[in-house]
Design a binder for this molecule. Structure first.
Ligand code: SF4
Length: 359
């Protein structure tokens, strides 16, 4: 059992440190639940450094529920482009539409009502409710797991059912019920700035004199995880098909990464294939393209659960070729080079168009 006598020490030190050291961020200067919601969704899986510009751009583009609810999915994904986990953006739109059309545009004001919205789970609901409505719910994100597991030297794996229960219980015991929003933000900020994943700044930490892992020189042993996530390796072979000053794009379908984003025609292979094999595959899929196939570049993108290796092949085809006949059921778009920027595109493909593609 943890030493709950350390609670006061923990709370006082962490809050005093936060009040003096926290970063000045736009979502910390507002109690508008809409803005806090947007920031919390952006900051899931994203560090503040990367998320800040996206937050500013998102709020500029969609300043309120109405603007978000009435925007097209394509526009929202375009603003989100490069941030990854695109289901977050689609869920924001879905939740905004529900609030705008079914709740008279009034943002929910309790954790329980927040939980009914698309894309809001217990963590996000607790964060919004504590920060915007002062409701006493502790948040437990990766930063909090790390901070608590090190401070108390807890060896229960954080990705186990028991671990999740144990850490949630501990965070709720520690929670400052008078200032839950500040307390939650202090925990997360400490984890992000001081108790960092590698090389924590223990010599600047206000908790060091009572931190069990620091005192036993075992900070690198916490937090404990039970499973190592194996990343799935995928090979994407893109055919960049050019007809005059236009390219062919398709929209990615549901049930896979990058749903709703646009990409060139894709052949996915289960292993890396060479140029000759790919040329054959391209001809099998699209017999009209039997000439002028050039490998331009390969790129790699590491996602949380997948590693994507992408090859980009340029194919220039004659103007008179009839496009719709060639592809049967695939929904195709002919997009002029100048219009490419209007389409939400995965980061890897965007890099190809910006760096390697010369019309
Ligand atoms: S002393 Fe070090 S390990 Fe302990 S909470 Fe502070 S930063 Fe983390």
């Amino acid at each position: 059992m943890y030493n709950f006598l350390k609670m006061t020490y923990f709370n006082q030190n962490i809050t005093a440190w936060y009040n003096q050291n926290h970063r000045q961020l736009p979502w910390r200067k507002t109690t508008d639940p809409y803005k806090i919601w947007i920031s919390e969704i952006i900051l899931q899986q994203t560090q503040v450094k990367q998320g800040l510009n996206y937050y500013i751009k998102f709020i500029e583009s969609f300043p309120d529920i109405k603007a978000l609810a009435t925007a097209s999915e394509q526009n929202i994904l375009k603003v989100w482009q490069g941030l990854g986990y695109y289901s977050r953006a689609r869920n924001l739109r879905k939740a905004a539409q529900h609030i705008y059309y079914n709740m008279n545009g009034r943002f929910p004001s309790t954790r329980n009502d927040l939980l009914k919205l698309s894309g809001i789970g217990p963590y996000t609901a607790a964060a919004i409710a504590s920060i915007a409505f002062n409701e006493p719910y502790a948040v437990v994100d990766g930063n909090v797991y790390r901070l608590l597991s090190r401070f108390y030297a807890i060896s229960t794996p954080i990705d186990s059912t028991q671990g999740k229960k144990e850490f949630k219980e501990l965070a709720n015991h520690l929670l400052d019920r008078d200032n839950p929003g500040t307390f939650n933000q202090a925990m997360m900020e400490m984890g992000a700035l001081i108790c960092t994943p590698s090389n924590p700044l223990c010599n600047q930490c206000p908790l060091a004199s009572e931190c069990k892992s620091f005192l036993t020189k075992t900070t690198d042993q916490f937090p404990v995880k039970s499973k190592k996530t194996e990343k799935k390796i995928r090979h994407f072979n893109y055919a960049i098909i050019q007809i005059n000053s236009s390219l062919i794009l398709t929209r990615r379908e549901q049930g896979d990464i990058w749903h709703g984003l646009f990409e060139p025609l894709l052949i996915e292979s289960d292993k890396e294939i060479n140029d000759i094999k790919l040329a054959k595959l391209i001809q099998q899929h699209w017999p009209h393209f039997n000439q002028n196939i050039t490998l331009q570049t390969t790129k790699k993108q590491i996602l949380t659960h997948q590693i994507i290796y992408a090859k980009f092949f340029r194919i220039v085809i004659p103007e008179e070729t009839s496009i719709p006949d060639m592809f049967n059921s695939k929904q195709l778009l002919m997009v002029d080079f100048d219009q490419l920027k209007q389409y939400p595109i995965p980061r890897l493909i965007d890099q190809y168009f910006n760096i390697d593609f010369h019309p």
